[in-house]
Write a protein that binds this ligand. Structure first.
Ligand code: HPA
Length: 252
């Protein structure tokens, strides 16, 4: 399938799907599909559960581009490299970007399997895709308040629990220690993950409107008597991705 199909469709809305959330793409039907390897500057993911393709779908007659699988800093890439997909989507004319991810729950009132709308983030990565410029970009509203209000209304209409909170991004690839989670909680983190923040920063710097939704796939380290496994994170994501698909369909 060729790149030109994506260019012709001129999608203004795109969604990046995180670990185990790929079923959202299948739920809406696939009009065209382009592997990341076919896009100059992109390459396929090395992580199980991350497919590595763009899927063109249609929601309420509007073309929507889905990036299924993403690259992560913990693969040894730079923040500039992991955000190549965002710049590519911007070049296609995408103006609105929904970033989804799997995250560990930190806040007590959350529950595993629920969704959290990202209100703000803590960039604990020690890097940014904007190294070298543009400098001093405003980040006071990374996650669009107007879009957040639409998500909250849509979730209420669907009778779907939707938490809100601050997403902390860590480098990984190892999960956190209980002490690290206590530190993150103390500085205001409600959920923790290894993605999303570089893409959100890049998208805002390009003037895109951004929303973020975390699927809470597990309790963060030390909060319950358990150890963390990637397979479990992917499998909770898979069972809950129908809820995410319903929410996105309502909002878009
Ligand atoms: N920590 C970091 N990343 C994650 C987690 C977690 O607990 N769950 C899913 N992604």
């Amino acid at each position: 399938m060729s790149l030109s199909l994506l260019q012709q469709a001129c999608p203004e809305t795109a969604i990046v799907l995180g670990s185990g959330l790929g079923a959202v793409a299948e739920a809406w039907g696939i009009e065209a599909e382009v592997g990341y390897a076919e896009v100059p500057g992109l390459s396929a993911s090395t992580v199980p559960g991350h497919a590595g393709r763009f899927v063109l779908t249609r929601v309420k007659d509007q073309p929507v581009l889905i990036a299924q699988g993403r690259r992560h800093l913990y693969e040894g890439l730079t923040a500039h490299e992991v955000t190549a997909g965002v710049r590519f989507m911007h070049s296609l004319g995408v103006k609105r970007l929904v970033l989804t991810n799997a995250a560990g729950a930190i806040k007590d009132s959350f529950a595993v399997g629920d969704l959290m709308l990202i209100t703000d983030h803590l960039n604990l990565l020690g890097t940014t895709p904007l190294l070298g410029g543009p400098h001093f970009h405003d980040m006071s509203e990374v996650y669009s308040l107007e879009w957040r209000e639409r998500f909250v209304r849509a979730a209420a209409e669907l009778g779907l629990p939707l938490h809100q909170g601050v997403y902390a991004a860590t480098l990984g690839p190892q999960y956190e220690t209980p002490a690290e989670i206590r530190l993150m909680r103390a500085v205001g983190a409600d959920a923790v993950g290894m993605s999303t923040v570089p893409e959100a920063i890049q998208a805002r710097a390009l003037g895109m409107t951004v929303a973020g939704v975390s699927m809470l796939t597990n309790w963060a380290a030390g909060l319950k008597a358990q150890t963390l496994h990637h397979a479990e994170v992917v499998s909770v994501g898979q069972t809950a991705s129908a809820q995410l698909a319903a929410l996105l369909q309502k909002v878009l």
